[in-house]
Design a protein around this ligand. Sequence first.
Ligand SMILES: C[S@@+](CC[C@H](N)C(=O)[O-])C[C@H]1O[C@@H](n2cnc3c(N)ncnc32)[C@H](O)[C@@H]1O
Length: 231
Amino acid sequence: MRKATAYHDALGDFFAEHADTSPYNAYTDRPAMLELAGDVSGAGILDVGCGAGHYAAELAARGARVVGIEGSDTLLRHARARVNGHADLLLHDLEEPFGFADDASFDGVLCALAYEHIRNRTQLLREVRRVLRPDGWLLVSTTHPTADWLHFGGSYFSHDWRDLPVGGSGLSIHYQRMPLETFLGELLTAGFVLEQLVEPRPIADLRQIDEAAYDKLHRKPSFLAVRLRRP
Ligand SMILES: C[S@@+](CC[C@H](N)C(=O)[O-])C[C@H]1O[C@@H](n2cnc3c(N)ncnc32)[C@H](O)[C@@H]1O
């Protein structure tokens, strides 16, 4: 049987809690992506793989109109509680076309740490391009290929599907590791233009809470984040 990539049941509950305060999500990925997003006031944003709604809630608080899509009903439940009616959230499998959205109906699309879970990324990017207006932006973050290589070993150029244990929980997430060339190459082949690439490091607040994690994540890459434009 094909392994599920959406985070169901115990994994969903674990991620919802972990993402709240984790050095990786709360202090590294989210601050970097929100900075790449810039001023979102009045923008229509699609949050692809919205998880427990951390991004959706923050973007809505900054004045955006947000639609979040997510394949796990466990996480959607957490997301609904978090956004408290300030974003529209839909159960949607990212392996399927975006039948819920018209062409050019969003100003921006955000896909945080979900891209590497998707098998049919060609279709996903075609759909993202279709629903973005011309000149709209796309933000994507993913696991850093060097971090995957350090963790899993083998070839840096491997495209194998792996299970990464999460935070001593006994649970693991299932995703495809890929070299930088594949990650960026897919986005450029889909017709997007690269505007910015960052290798996020934790914000200073983490130092007060967890100095060891702060130091570690300032030495060892964890994520990549890119901002692209739909021409
Ligand atoms: C690491 S979490 C990131 C969640 C959120 N973007 C964040 O950064 O807090 C990856 C998310 O992708 C979702 N996901 C993975 N595969 C999916 C699929 N095929 N369809 C819909 N969602 C999927 C998972 O359920 C999970 O919520």
